[in-house]
Design a protein. Sequence first.
Length: 497
Amino acid sequence: MLRRTVWALRPVIMSAAESVKDIPDGATIAAGGFGYCGFPFELLDALNGAKAKDLTVIGVTMAGPEVGFGPLARDGQLRKAITSYVGENPLFTKHLFNGDFEVEFCPMGSLTDRLRAAGAGVPAFYTPTGYGTAVAEGRLPTRFIPGKTMHAAAFSQPRETRNINGKWCTLEMALPADYGFVRAWKADKRGNLVFRGTTQNLNLVCAKASKVCIAEVEEIVECGEIDPREVHLPGVYVHRLVKPEKLKRAAESVVERRPGFSSGTGKNASVERNIMARRAALELKDGMTVNLGIGVPNLVASYIPKGMDVVLQAENGLLGIGPYPLPEEVDPDITNASKQTITMTSTGASLFDCAESFAMIRGGHMDLTMLGALEVSANGDIASWYLPGKFLRGMGGAMDLVSSGCGTIALMKHTDNDGRSRVLQECRSALTGRGCVDMVITDLAVFAVKKGTSGVNSLVLTELAEGVTLEEVKAKTEASFHVSPDLKTMPLAPLQH
C-alpha cells in the first residue's frame, strides 16, 4: 500500500466515507480523543457505515453510545477493544459484558507510550506502572460471561517483569495500528496539523503509530498559511484529510459555574463528599503541582484557599486548570481528566498531548495526587477500578500516578452502601498499586500511612470528623490501626465564594 500519492507527497483530501472504504475486516484502528474532546466522530460513523468486521479498536476512552465506539459494538463489528477506561458508555459496556468481544485493559500512560513506541520504532519498553497488580501478574479480565454481571470468562497472562536499578518494572509491547483516526482543528495541504485546547490528547500518538493516518479537520488551508512554529503534528504522519460539511463538536460533560463564584462549589455533591474535599484541600501547599483524579478529588479545586499558587494538572493534556466556565465560556475543546468542561488559568497554563502528560507524571514532576478509591488496605494498598460483579470502568491513569513517587492521598466513603468497611486489612478488589498511599481521608476520619522499613506499612488514625467517635470508627474499620496520641477533630478548608 502506498502511503501517499507518489507525485505529490501530500495527503489526499477525501470524504469520510471514501477515506475508510478500503479498511478491511480484521484491521486495527487507533482513535484519538479523550471522551468527546478531539474525538473523530465522523470517521467512526463512516467506519460503522462501511460494516467492516472483526475490528480491533484502540482508544484511551471508549466514548460515544450513539456515535463513536458504541455503534461498532452494537452492530457486531468488534473483535477486540484495547483501552484504559470503558467509562460511562452503556451501549459499549452492555455488549462487552455480554461477551460479544474481547477487551485488553491497559493503564492510560502505558497505553499512550505503547502507541508512542510503535510510532518511534521501539518494539517494547519497561515501566514501573502496573507492577504488583493484575497488569503484571495476569488476571485482568479479557472476556465476560454472557448473562453474568461483570463476571470474567477469561483473563490476561502474566507479563515479563524485571528489576532495573532497584525498581521492579513490567514489560509493555509497542502497539502499532493499521489505521489512525484523529481529529484536528486545522490542516494545510501538506498535512501539517494544529489542535485546539486539550484536543491533542491521544491524537498525536495514534497518528504516529498507524500505517495510514486519516485526519478529520475543521479547516484546510494552503501550504504556508500555518506558522511552522504552531504545527503540533508534522504532515509526514498524515495520509488522508477529511473536512466534513457538518463537523460535530461536543462536550461529554458540560459543567458551569455561576457568576460571582471563582469555581464550582460542589453544591450538587453530598455533604460527605464535600467534607472530604474540604479536608483534602488543607494538604495543598503554595507552589505545588497537583493531579486531581475524577470524582471526589475533583471537588478539591473548589476549596483551594484564595491567594495560594497551586498548579493543577490534567492527564489529558493541561497544566494550569482554571475554574469551571461561565455559561458563555464553555468550550468543548477544553476539558479536564473527568471530561468536564473547564477553563485554563491566565497565569502561565500550557497545553500538550497525553505522552507529554505522562512523562510529567512518571518522571516524578508532580508533588501530589489525590485519587478516589474503592478500598484501601492497612498496608496502604489501593484498589480503585474493578470490583468483580459490581464495578468496572477501567484503571485510567491511576496506576501511573501511584507508581510515580509523588505523594498519594486516597479519598473515599468509609463504608460501602451495605455498611461494610472499605478500610480493610487486605484489599479484596483488583489493586491499583501496592503500599503507595500516604494518607486516607474518609467521611469519618483521616489515617496516615506509616511507612515501615521492611516494606510493611501501618495505619495511624490522626483525625475524627465532627461528631464522630473513636468507637464508631473502630466499629466501621476492618483494618487494624494505631491511634495517634494527638488525635484531633478533622479541620476543614473554608467555603469559597
